[in-house]
Design a protein around this ligand. Structure first.
Ligand code: M6R
Length: 607
């Protein structure tokens, strides 16, 4: 939530900052601003609304400075307005600050500063930061010391970029539980909330741990720990290519990312799986440990949590270990029963989701072993967990997650089979059958994408509706949950997902003439059961769409979309694709902003 960008070098900062903000806009888009250091000091320009509003302000073209910071906001404290936008400065206009995160004790700090005669213009939590820095600065501390002392007072999460009028050739950045990366190039340095936003400028990145400080100049970066002792950091080279962070001729990132799924799955399978063997390099989980664990928890939020639900059955069936899937924001507050015999797996595309990170820290504190399943290299979760395995989906820019989801489902299945091979509780032949099918998934995802015209036609029929229902049994129910989430997220159509057998216990009261009900039917053992439930809604006038890889009598439904058959444990990878396309085309028909749906942000870095 919120995106921050920074530049220090010899080029004009303004175009670089605006360009970076446009790439970060998916993180929040209710207001934006930049600050640069000009010949006569810090200049701040900010505006309500999208980056395009900011970029169209005449005055912004006068900025010549070669050092600057920028921010695109997802409002938490204070409504979207120019005054609440970042950057914020202190009363004396010595400092300019952009902030991603939440300062939990800002009321207390504000009161403290007001007692010292500081005044506040905005309703934000952020405005205390520049004033607090100023408070320590005027006591005689230097720039870095003042920032450090201010950070000592802050409770909550923050990624900060700070400029000071008296240090026109420096910038300071620091983070605590919010994302921030530093990109190094020749005689210039870049700061960003994520890697793709600055990937066209550099492939060399530094990652800060919590409460580490970086003092940047044009040709150097000095790193400090929380006691301001100098520390060394190793630069990490990122292999993502620049075009994966561009639209490449597609109308929207979401559509591009839907079409990237065959490749994302292929890359995720990578060298981890061959027909004979599964490899997880640097992964120290052994048979003896697995034999002694009593439970696996899979913990995540939103779509990532749905990926956990879609794979829980593989762990239970092939490893014979009870596996629970938990919503991170619930798990972190419910005193879960965890000990050294619990394995906790955390799934996160961004690796920055605040609740998931907090749940991970809690699990570690209770002595569980932790594995992060992440897409963004070097993200916070990958540094917190005992082990990390990556999906190789490439940058996912659209707020609605698509290729990250299918890659997560594939990777978790591979992980479950890896454990299964160590444990040997089911015949190897059964494990090998699933492995073989996993290798077929990229090709089958390509075939599934060929249904696009049929999905588009159906979207055209139903896009004006206000409610839709998704039904399924077993793993198909979890696909229904993910399909429903996708639809509501980008089309703003109210939708519900139900385990098909639950329909008669209440929800069927909502079914009336013309309402759309989507059934997912992939489990050969449950085909007839789900068809019966679909019949029940047809009898009550529902318009039905069925996504299936089974033989069904098509004439009874309004529309049937056939997808390739696969092992039942893998069907969620394919059955979700038509539902992603459906949500996409409904949103397009409605003329909505597919990539940046209202009220949402890509990375939920606040709880
Ligand atoms: O980055 P994460 O995978 O941790 O994000 C979790 C959710 O916020 C995310 O999956 C969200 O539900 C998606 N926007 C749904 O499409």
């Amino acid at each position: 939530m919120c995106g921050i960008i920074g530049y220090i070098g010899n080029k004009k900062a303004k175009p670089i900052l605006i360009n970076g903000l446009l790439r970060l806009e998916y993180r929040g888009y209710d207001s934006a601003g930049i600050a640069t250091i000009e010949k006569d000091g810090i200049k701040i320009i900010k505006e309500k609304g999208r980056i395009s509003n900011l970029a169209s302000i005449d005055e912004i073209n006068n900025l010549e400075g070669t050092i600057g910071i920028g921010h695109t906001r997802w409002a938490t404290h204070g409504k979207p307005s120019a005054i609440n936008s970042h950057p914020h400065s202190d009363n004396s206009k010595t400092f300019a600050v952009v902030h991603n995160g939440i300062i939990e004790n800002y009321n207390k700090l504000r009161k403290f500063l007001q007692e010292k005669n500081y005044t506040f213009l905005s309703d934000t939590d952020t405005e205390v930061i520049p004033n607090l820095i100023h408070y320590y600065y005027k006591e005689g501390n230097n720039f870095l010391e003042s920032v450090k002392l201010a950070c000592d007072d802050l409770k909550g999460s923050f990624a900060l970029e700070i400029l000071c009028n008296d240090y026109p050739d420096n910038m300071i950045v620091v983070r605590q539980d919010s994302p921030l990366v530093i990109g190094r190039s020749l005689n210039e340095n870049y700061i960003s909330s994520d890697i793709p936003a600055i990937l066209s400028f550099t492939k060399d990145f530094f990652f800060l741990n919590d409460r580490e400080f970086a003092l940047l100049s044009r040709d150097s970066i000095d790193f400090y720990d929380n006691n301001l002792n100098k520390i060394d950091k190793i630069v990490k080279s990122i292999e993502w290519n620049t075009s994966s962070a561009e639209k490449d001729g597609y109308d929207d990132f979401m559509l591009k990312e839907i079409y990237e799924q065959p490749n994302a799955i292929r890359e995720t399978i990578g060298s981890k799986l061959s027909e004979n063997k599964i490899f997880f390099n640097d992964f120290e989980i052994e048979k003896n440990y697995l034999e002694n664990i009593s439970r696996i928890y899979i913990i995540a939020c939103g779509t990532a949590m749905n990926a956990g639900l879609a794979t829980k059955a593989t762990f239970e069936k092939f490893c014979k270990i009870p596996t629970e899937v938990e919503i991170a924001s619930e798990f972190r507050y419910k005193e879960p029963l965890i000990d050294e015999h619990t394995l906790c797996i955390f799934i996160s595309q961004s690796g920055e989701t605040a609740d998931t990170i907090a749940a991970l820290k809690l699990s570690k504190a209770k002595n569980a072993k932790t594995i992060a399943v992440a897409n963004v290299i070097g993200s916070s979760i990958t540094r917190e967990a005992d082990f990390c395995i990556y999906t190789h989906a490439g940058p996912e820019i659209a707020v609605a997650s698509t290729k990250a989801y299918t890659s997560q489902v594939v990777l978790l299945n591979i992980l479950a089979l890896y454990f299964a091979e160590l444990l040997q509780k089911v015949p190897t032949k059964e494990i090998n059958q699933v492995k073989k099918e996993i290798l077929e998934l990229p090709k089958k995802a390509e075939i599934t994408l060929r249904n696009v015209a049929e999905v588009k036609n159906f979207a055209n029929v139903v896009y004006k509706e206000t409610d839709m229902f998704f039904l399924g049994r077993g793993l198909d129910y979890y696909t229904a949950c993910e399909g429903s989430l996708k639809l509501k997220e980008i089309s703003y159509i109210h939708s519900e997902s139900y385990a098909a057998g639950e329909l008669k216990h209440g929800p069927i009261a909502l079914i009336e003439n013309g309402v759309t009900v989507i059934g997912i039917i992939t489990n050969p053992n449950l085909v007839e059961k789900t068809i019966s439930n679909m019949q029940e809604v047809i009898t009550r006038g529902a318009k039905t769409l069925v996504i299936t890889n089974q033989k069904v009598n098509e004439s009874q439904f309004f529309k049937v979309i056939n997808i390739p058959n696969t092992n039942p444990y893998l069907s969620p990878v394919l059955s979700i694709i038509p539902l992603q396309l459906l949500a996409y085309y409904i949103s397009k028909e409605k003329g909505l902003d597919v990539d940046k749906p209202r009220n949402l942000a890509k990375s939920v870095t606040v709880e």
